[in-house]
Design a protein around this ligand. Structure first.
Ligand code: ZN
Ligand code: ZN
Length: 227
């Protein structure tokens, strides 16, 4: 367990060749569950859900890269909840088998269809609470962040990491867009917001504002590129 607040409990499941973090999120008031970015560790996520499969309300994807979606065929065997993705990443999702080939990895198998589109600005529900959906392209063209205001947490996928940022050399990536996304959708959050990232340990907005070498001009107020 990486987080337990007023509204949410969050567990992380790191693993696989990319050490991707899959997440299981629970609404404490209702027991409703959401799976976020089920990758290599999907069997562990399914095991943690156990007999609560009917409580899984949704599968939310930050973006369509293989390491964040490769567990969906496994999840789909026992969990019927709708899969949500931003439409701009659909081409990545539908190319998951080609992504695996490009990385020399085993095919994830036929991917289940996307059931619903994420619309930035339209919150997504979990039990009696919800997440704000923030559009943060640059690492992937349809990348979103799931932010919970009350608990002060955000699941940020591969936009920003502890002292690093997402790569921008994959199809649809853009360094300029990523930097704009970080400024607009991450650094605008309160400094004590905890960030649960797609790879590596959690961090905070304030920690990255001051300590992230890619954002250092912001911390020093120097170049002002991110002001
Ligand atoms: Zn990615
Ligand atoms: Zn990733």
């Amino acid at each position: 367990m990486v987080h337990e607040g007023d509204s949410l409990k969050i567990d992380s499941f790191p693993g696989g060749p990319f050490q991707e973090n899959g997440y299981l999120v629970e609404c404490l008031a209702t027991g409703a569950l959401a799976v976020i970015d089920p990758g290599h560790t999907a069997p562990e996520i399914v095991a943690a859900i156990g007999g609560r499969a009917a409580r899984v309300e949704a599968i939310y994807l930050t973006h369509g890269h293989l390491d964040h979606v490769e567990g969906l065929p496994v999840v789909r065997e026992s969990i019927d909840a709708p899969i949500h993705l931003h439409p701009a990443d659909r081409f990545l999702y539908e190319g998951a088998v080609e992504q695996a080939r490009a990385f020399g990895l085993p095919s994830p198998g036929p991917m289940p269809p996307i059931d619903a589109e994420l619309n930035p600005g339209t919150p997504v529900p979990l039990g009696d609470t919800s997440f704000e959906v923030r559009f943060a392209p640059g690492h992937a063209p349809g990348h979103v962040i799931f932010h919970h205001t009350g608990d002060g947490v955000a699941l940020v996928g591969d936009v920003i990491f502890h002292r690093s940022i997402g790569r921008t050399d994959l199809p649809g990536g853009s360094m300029q867009e990523l930097m704009e996304s970080i400024r607009r959708e991450v650094l605008s959050l309160p400094d004590d917001t905890r960030l649960f990232t797609g790879h590596g340990p959690p961090t905070t907005v304030g920690g990255e504002r001051m300590g992230n070498p890619f954002l250092i001009s912001q911390a020093r107020g120097g170049a002002g590129e991110f002001a």
